[in-house]
Design a binder for this molecule. Structure first.
Ligand code: XMP
Length: 509
């Protein structure tokens, strides 16, 4: 029954994921037998086919860490004020160790107990290191913990104090209540993480400051985080055991310096971020990266046709990002008259990529778990998601209460006026000069409902895709690709009514 992918796509109409179903297969294995191991580039293998998009409301270090912990990878966006800021995010991912906070809130010698109380009120932290200039990377002076200040009570406005039983008031200098460095137990960043954990346990500490050989604060090891620590058997690691991390750059000449900084920070993968990747700018950037940093894998794009794909593979791309106008916040197809239905784009480019040994990243339009499975069935090796991951705890930005009392976070297209006005990098993605007075938006700015933490959501997506594979009757991404190419897995297009039938319907409320 049904038809092969080749037959389905022969109609030349332009199909989206919603236009078809995959025909069910025979199940003779458990969902736990399904491996989702795949390649994002020629040389980078990961255990879950999931990538977070380089958008400034989706991927900074928090998202990239959680993506990598569950077997995917995050691509740090390039809309930071300075390239150094983007490199610092990569470094946070590369340095991630369970229980270690790499950017703890610090106090300075001129701080008072009031400042510590504010940190506790705003962020919930019960202690803070005191450093020479109040930043990570400067000399450690001491450490304040809740025991040093929790007898101070304050009124609602946080002004008046009622010290109970001792002389500490909100105005007390932090240097008077902290434990100074001579009396403090500290860990060394050069020591193995287990040694620092042992110190924390043996001395029954809540927090252990971690310093380098010059006694500069590098991190804080937290007991509460350590207690939450668990095994991540599918985590994406590099050869030295650090989490994998990608970062996006635009095609401007000055971004070559950004690439150097990202490589120095340990980035594994560069994504050249452009709405239309088949350009001389992209080819120049791609060839420069491959020459200058031959060990760095590069995903080029975006493309939607075989002709575009050929140009970038010939120029040295290790992976291709596919999608134009399919994203949830995109208006490219309406405004530019250009783009392609994502199902057809993924299928055509994947067939070509397969013939050249280059994996495909299906980027945009992934609305739910089944869309991931469908993108893989059409030949993609991984999917890239923006909207599906926006408004999770790990996405950048603060939650706020939207209309109807719904808790939301901002999610915006990188081609929205909002994002383009904020950063030149976004303008470059859409071939817009900073000096141009007339800016044509290719995306919108919106909000998304709170989706909870990726620590729950990503494992759910992984398990959902495993179930999809089981239903199709395949145990791996390679088997899926081979069987689709060989015509053993069949598809069926569905009418508008079939799409309605396939969704929730006929319910009273
Ligand atoms: P989803 O559907 O996952 O799509 O939200 C995310 C992808 O959309 C692309 N993107 C844009 N495309 N205008 C566009 O035409 C935009 O403003 C825009 N911002 C992001 C991008 O490829 C992303 O990964």
């Amino acid at each position: 029954d049904g038809e092969t992918a080749q037959e389905m796509m022969a109609h030349k109409g332009g199909l989206t994921f919603n236009d078809f179903n995959v025909m069910p297969g025979f199940i003779n294995f458990s969902v736990h037998d399904v491996s989702l191991e795949t390649n994002i580039t020629r040389n980078i293998k990961i255990k879950a086919p999931l990538v977070s998009s380089p958008m400034d409301t989706v991927t900074e270090s928090g998202m990239a860490i959680v993506m990598a912990l569950y077997g995917g990878i995050g691509i740090i966006h390039g809309n930071f004020p300075k390239p150094e800021d983007q490199a610092a995010e990569v470094l946070k991912v590369k340095r991630f160790k369970q229980g270690f906070v790499m950017q703890p809130h610090c106090l300075k010698p001129s701080s008072t107990a009031y400042d510590m109380i504010q940190i506790k009120k705003m962020f919930g932290y019960t202690g803070a290191p005191v450093t020479e200039d109040g930043r990570v990377g400067s000399k450690l002076i001491g450490m304040v913990t809740s025991r040093d200040f929790d007898f101070i009570t304050m009124d609602v406005a946080g002004q008046k104090s009622t010290p109970i039983g001792d002389e500490v008031t909100p105005n007390t200098p932090i240097t008077e209540i902290m434990v100074p460095v001579g009396k403090l137990i500290v860990g060394k960043i050069s020591d193995p993480p287990e040694a620092c954990q042992k110190l924390l346990k043996e001395h029954r500490l809540g927090k252990l400051p971690i310093v380098n050989d010059d006694n500069e604060l590098i991190a804080l090891l937290c007991r509460s985080d350590l207690l939450k620590a668990r095994d991540y058997p599918n985590a994406s690691y590099d050869s030295s055991g650090q989490l994998l991390c990608g970062a996006a750059v635009n095609t401007r000449e000055e971004s070559r310096h950004t690439v150097d900084l990202l490589v120095e920070a340990g980035v594994d993968l560069i994504v050249i971020d452009s709405s239309n990747g088949s350009s001389t700018y992209q080819i120049d950037m791609l060839q420069w990266i491959k020459k200058q940093h031959p060990n760095i894998e590069v995903v080029a794009g975006n493309v939607v046709t075989r002709q575009q794909a050929k140009v970038l593979i010939d120029a040295g791309a290790d992976g291709l990002r596919v999608g134009m106008g399919s994203g949830s916040i995109c208006i490219t197809q309406d405004i530019m008259a250009v783009g392609r239905a994502q199902g057809t784009a993924v299928y055509d480019v994947s067939r070509y990529g397969r013939s050249r040994g280059v994996p495909i990243v299906a980027d945009g339009g992934i609305r739910d778990v089944g869309y991931i499975t469908k993108a893989l069935a059409l030949g993609a090796s991984v999917v890239m998601m923006g909207g599906l991951l926006a408004a999770t705890t790990e996405a950048p930005g603060e939650y706020f209460w939207g209309p109807g009392g719904v808790r939301v976070k901002k999610y915006r297209g990188m081609g929205s006026l909002d994002a383009m006005e904020a950063h030149a990098s976004s303008q470059d993605r859409y071939f817009t000069a900073e000096s141009d007075q007339i800016k044509v938006a290719q995306g919108v700015s919106a909000t998304m409902k709170d989706r909870g933490s990726c620590h729950k959501f990503i494992p759910y997506l992984v398990r959902g895709v495993q179930h999809g594979f089981q239903d199709i009757g395949v145990r791996s991404v390679t088997e899926l690709h081979d069987k689709v190419a060989g015509g053993d897995i069949r598809f069926e297009r569905r009418s508008t009514n079939a799409q309605l039938e396939g969704g929730v319907h006929s319910l009273h409320s």
